[in-house]
Ligand binder design. Structure first.
Ligand code: NAI
Length: 341
């Protein structure tokens, strides 16, 4: 059996605890991966005076796959986001975030099954901010035809490969006529040129958010630029039980980094109560990615076994505190391991 080398970045706050829980489940499922731990975030800053050491980036470039815990970014001042830097450095242009209703996690809606495609490298997160004069600051929103076109291709390709029916673009092109105007123009051009079998819809983002919270089941694949995707991902997580149950992948042409949508949750860090499910679900996405890109059915088998086990655990009422349960992080991992087929 082939073993795939994967970089593990435990991250900050709840990151190390949920990483331990997720990797324990992967090992118990016999997932054919071998983790090499590297650091980014506060731990890396303390050890190397650098939140994103070159050694970590080089390791990901070598293995081409990483599993990452959340990294803290100071608010208002301090260092630039590790996550934004990582996505830009490795050109991880597509953030892919599947959001689905889960048996055993009752919410206001049933049958939610959508996927957020977020452009991950530019927009207002390009990090170009200036102080023009005291009291006047600006932030530059960057939108390139190249990035808008490739994220649209990624979303439509995903939709077609997975039998999805519709791509909805969220935008604010009524106000940001050049940037968002170009984003929707590129999306429409990609669709009309190559994906006329997929339904296409454009919605102004404020009204789109209202529709999302009224009836998320009308949506399928959502496509949007960086900032909107960041915000809408958390909104969508709230529709299916919260940040503890929404996974994510950051996909580039050369590398892919898998991480939960949530952050380092400093309010519960060190308490042993964080939900490791979103990171475990991200690990399943990683195994499926390895199965596809390395043509290794053993990865797909492990992914299916883990998904079956955590679905069973939830259905049996095995939940952490964020979902109204009583299990601690490690006990939830044990509950999943006990249900592996
Ligand atoms: P957050 O996602 O860390 O937390 C928001 C709320 O959700 C908190 O009440 C937290 O306790 C809860 N929560 C999040 N994940 C949970 C889990 N797995 N189990 C149980 N409860 C969970 O967002 P916040 O507080 O805005 O950000 C905290 C830090 O995380 C910031 O420094 C931020 O920059 C960073 N961050 C990092 C991300 C990444 O590394 N990809 C993504 C988002 C935020």
């Amino acid at each position: 059996m082939v073993t795939h080398d994967v970089v593990l970045i435990p991250g900050d706050g709840i990151g190390p605890a949920i990483s331990t829980a997720a990797t324990r489940v992967l090992a118990a499922a016999g997932a054919p991966v071998s983790f090499a731990e590297h650091h980014a975030g506060l731990l890396a800053l303390e050890a190397n005076k650098d939140v994103l050491p070159t050694a970590t980036l080089d390791a990901i470039r070598a293995t081409r796959v990483a599993l990452k815990g959340p990294c803290t970014t100071p608010v208002g001042t301090g260092f630039k986001s590790v996550n934004v830097q990582l996505r830009q450095a490795l050109d991880l242009y597509a953030a892919v975030r599947p959001v689905r209703s889960l048996a055993g996690v009752p919410t206001r809606f049933e049958g939610v099954d959508l996927v957020v495609f977020r452009e991950n490298t530019e927009g207002l997160y390009s990090g170009v901010e200036n102080e023009i004069t005291e009291g006047v600051v600006t932030s530059l929103k960057v939108c390139t035809e190249r990035a808008s076109t490739r994220i649209a291709h990624a979303a439509f390709t995903y939709a077609r490969e997975r039998g999805r029916k519709k791509v909805t673009v969220f935008h604010k092109a009524n106000i940001m006529k050049l940037t968002d105007g170009q984003f929707i123009r590129c999306a429409k051009a990609v669709r009309d040129a190559s994906y006329t079998d997929i339904a296409y819809e454009e919605l102004i983002i404020d009204a789109a958010c209202m529709r999302l919270v009224q009836d998320p089941t009308r949506f399928d694949v959502l496509l949007m630029e960086n900032l909107y995707g960041d915000v809408v991902s958390d909104l969508c997580a709230g529709l299916v039980g919260g940040l503890g149950v929404v996974p994510g992948a950051n996909i580039g042409t050369e590398t892919a980094v898998f991480e939960a949508v949530h952050g380092s949750a400093p309010d519960i860090a060190g308490k042993g109560i964080a939900n490791p499910m979103a990171l475990l679900m991200s690990s399943v996405m990683m195994l499926n990615h390895l199965a596809e890109t390395r043509h290794d059915p053993a990865c797909a088998t492990a992914a299916t076994a883990i998904k079956t086990a955590y679905d069973r655990a939830l259905a049996d009422g095995a939940k952490t505190a964020d979902l109204g349960g009583t299990l601690r992080t490690d006990a939830w991992a044990d509950a999943v391991i006990a249900r592996l087929p």
